[in-house]
Design a protein around this ligand. Structure first.
Ligand SMILES: C[S@@+](CC[C@H](N)C(=O)[O-])C[C@H]1O[C@@H](n2cnc3c(N)ncnc32)[C@H](O)[C@@H]1O
Length: 291
């Protein structure tokens, strides 16, 4: 298991989603391009936010990334507070808010395992794509319960175990590709491999040994968010109930086929893709209330 220090170092060096758009731009253009890409490929985020009652609510966002959803929460009338493990995410959030003139309450650097806010402060805790990266998730769940007002809501997006991305892309296709990559490197063609992600996976296979590297959870962890990722977990709804025992699940939503990793899905009619995404998508949204 990796320490919080390793996790902080990783996310500081790899701010979330950064590789998805050209980052050699001024901040204003970068944020605009990033948001356009994010909500074109993950339009369900805006629909899920629209289903929440955010106006005048005190909302803590855990794990800010590029602060795209933070802006959306503020635009929907939420009184936004932020928390992120990295100085980089905190700095990007304040840069964005200043550039676009967005009002916010506070933003702090710190960990969800020890939330630096007082008891019963928030109506909603929102965390998109973050909690599955924190090893001590039971402590996080207790901390979220502590800072929520009675009857408050936890809205989390977690990686979905029962998904095409997990069962097909990571478990089958990527393992076969890894085997091929390893063989290519063994027949003297290692120098031909230039892609930094592929080099990262090869290094992992060399460090851990190929057979050990191909086993879960290690292979799953290193195949979500890059070969250097220290920690991830995938969730079926019953696993959510165990890790977030202080809460009960009010509603779930399943979204996002991750077509970048499964490009052949683009050949299917849109209605089929929607059907698949709503059952076997990679993003499991869970709306929880205190038990
Ligand atoms: C995958 S990114 C998600 C960012 C954003 N919510 C999004 O959807 O793009 C994970 C973020 O969570 C932050 N993070 C990781 N562990 C954390 C912790 N223990 N406490 C607070 N933030 C954490 C990282 O620094 C990073 O900004």
């Amino acid at each position: 298991m990796n320490s919080l220090g390793d996790i902080e170092q990783f996310w500081d060096a790899n701010p979330c989603g950064e590789t998805l758009v050209d980052k050699r731009q001024d901040w204003k253009t970068f944020f605009t391009t990033y948001d356009a890409f994010r909500y074109r490929t993950e339009g369900h985020i805006l629909k899920e936010l629209d289903r929440l009652d955010l106006r005048e609510k005190h909302i803590l966002e855990i794990g800010i990334g590029q602060a795209a959803d933070s802006e959306q929460i503020i635009l929907r009338g939420g009184r936004w507070y932020g928390l992120d493990l990295t100085a980089e995410a905190v700095s990007r959030a304040t840069t964005r808010f200043n550039l676009f003139g967005l009002p916010y309450e506070a933003v702090k650097q710190g960990s969800a395992t020890e939330i630096p806010y007082a008891d019963h402060t928030f109506d909603v805790v929102y965390s998109h794509g973050v909690l599955h990266h924190i090893p001590d998730i039971r402590q996080v769940s207790r901390e979220i319960q502590r800072v929520l007002k009675p009857g408050g809501q936890l809205v989390a997006m977690l990686y979905h175990r029962n998904s095409l991305n997990y069962f097909l892309s990571i478990s089958v296709i990527r393992r076969l590709l890894m085997l091929g990559l390893f063989l290519v490197s063994k027949i003297g063609l290692r120098a031909a491999i230039r892609n930094p992600l592929l080099i990262g996976h090869l290094r992992n296979a060399e460090e851990f040994g190929l057979v050990r590297y191909l086993r879960n959870p290690l292979f799953m962890i290193r195949n979500t968010d890059g070969p250097g990722n220290p920690y991830s977990k995938v969730y079926a709804p019953c696993e959510v109930e165990k890790d977030f025992a202080e809460f009960h699940i009010a509603r779930t939503g399943i979204h996002f086929l991750n077509e970048r990793h499964l490009p052949f899905l683009k050949l299917l009619p849109a209605s089929w893709r929607d059907w698949l995404a709503a059952r076997y998508g990679w993003h499991l949204w869970v709306i929880m209330t205190e038990r």
